[in-house]
Design a protein around this ligand. Structure first.
Ligand SMILES: O=C(O)CCC(=O)C(=O)O
Length: 422
């Protein structure tokens, strides 16, 4: 997610990818370092050392319409051979069970046991499963994708009205504006915070207010759509928590209650086509430091998951009627290491733009992350110390690029810095 000290590069050395904008500053991005999982990443402020005042004609400016047709892709987007997607990567599909949430919620005989068994199977292996019959209206999903497409199709100056600022986790970011690193991901994102209304009075309509305050009244419709979408995702994540709790033998309420006042992030990902998709990545390999990710892909493939046993990348094919769910590091800690948070990435392709909608469930910042006592015993001692989500977030933003060892590195860090929970 974050790296200790992102390499800073003078803007003057970065090539122009398209003619410099004349009407806006393109250099004030606080985009995350390239391999940040896009979960919540305000980058270290040092990575955004340029300010809008340093905008110049030598700024790196992305224009998807130009870049997506260009055969000669700029060096910053070329990944080292060992990380670039091999031609055969993703040819095989990942085995992701489909959990029938409707049947589970209806209390149909056997449905809870079946859902719990499928989830346990997936989470002990790679942490990815799908939910179907989830109750999120198809109309809402279609509108959420339509609004994302409309937002990313607007001219760059318009999108940059929502530019993510240094230290913020919300806003518009493209790897292409104001990045000072190599291995840039081939994408644009828009992120905003969500917390359910009953978590804090001030959280009422947080998403709608974000759009109105940042982009103005023309964005009221899109704000309402994502407000409704995030409410649906928060509800869905609590239902999934019931299944996860059952699957771990701690009952349906334990994790549901833990996340009732969640403080989550929604991210819209847009990956333009790329003429050399074998050289670059839409989202670099990462594990999510958050608790649970609920992803909806449009009809273009791109999500790949790394299976460590055979060292392969496997595709999770898009399914219009399903959400892809994956375990993040925080839930791995809540399960005392039983469930896996797994490396994944997004590849791009030559022909079609791709979109995905990612909801990152996170606990309240001050919640103590600790597994239930039933998951700890002599044979299963505590895998990680107590911590708050705020501390893990700080670690992955400022000190460490999220990978398969994040929790181990974080455990050492909190012990050595006294950032743990007393
Ligand atoms: O777009 C995708 O399929 C994956 C996105 C992702 O991993 C992320 O946003 O963290």
């Amino acid at each position: 997610m974050a790296i200790a000290s992102p390499r800073l590069t003078s803007m003057a050395h970065l090539p122009l990818l398209s003619p410099p904008p004349t009407t806006f500053s393109s250099s004030s991005s606080s985009s995350a370092p390239p391999s940040m999982p896009t979960s919540m990443p305000p980058p270290p402020s040092s990575s955004s050392s340029s300010s809008s005042s340093s905008s110049s004609s030598s700024s790196l400016v992305f224009d998807a319409a130009v870049l997506s047709r260009q055969a000669d892709i700029p060096a910053q987007f070329v990944w080292p051979a060992e990380e670039a997607p091999a031609a055969e990567a993703g040819e095989e599909e990942l085995g992701v069970p489909s959990v029938d949430l409707g049947a589970f919620l209806s209390g149909a005989p056997g449905a809870a046991a079946e859902a719990a068994a499928l989830v346990r199977w997936a989470c002990e292996r790679h942490g990815f499963f799908q939910v179907v019959n989830h109750g999120v209206p198809a109309r809402l999903l279609a509108e959420a994708h339509r609004c994302a497409a409309a937002f990313f199709a607007t001219p760059l100056p318009e999108k940059q009205r929502a530019q993510r600022r240094p230290g913020d986790s919300c806003g518009y970011a493209s790897s292409f504006t104001g990045r000072f690193s190599e291995k840039l991901p081939w994408k644009e994102t828009l992120s905003f915070r969500f917390s359910p209304a009953n978590a804090a009075a001030a959280a009422d309509d947080l998403v709608l207010k974000y759009f109105l305050c940042t982009l103005g009244h023309d964005y009221e419709h899109i704000g309402r759509v994502y407000q409704e979408y995030c409410e649906a995702m928060s509800r869905l994540s609590l239902e999934i928590m019931e299944v996860l709790g059952l699957s771990l033998g701690v009952g349906p309420e334990h994790y549901r209650r833990f996340f009732e006042g969640n403080d989550s992030t929604m991210r819209l990902n847009y990956y333009p086509p790329c003429q050399r998709p074998e050289l670059t990545l839409g989202t670099g390999p990462h594990c999510d430091p958050t608790s649970l990710t609920i992803l909806h892909q449009d009809d273009v493939s791109g999500l790949q998951v790394y299976t460590a046993e055979d060292e392969r990348w496997r595709t999770v094919r898009p399914r219009a009627d399903a959400f892809v769910v994956n375990i993040g590091d925080t839930f791995m800690a809540l399960s005392n290491g039983r469930y896996k948070s797994c490396l994944h990435r997004a590849v791009v392709n030559r022909e079609a733009a791709r979109k995905s909608l990612a909801f990152f469930l996170c606990p309240r910042m001050d919640r103590v992350v600790r597994p239930p006592p039933a998951l700890v015993d002599g044979r299963n001692p505590r895998a990680y110390p107590d911590f708050t989500w705020a501390a893990l977030l700080e670690f992955t933003q400022k000190h460490y690029r999220a990978d398969m060892k994040t929790l181990d590195a974080f455990s050492h860090w909190i012990q050595s810095t006294n950032k743990g929970v007393a």
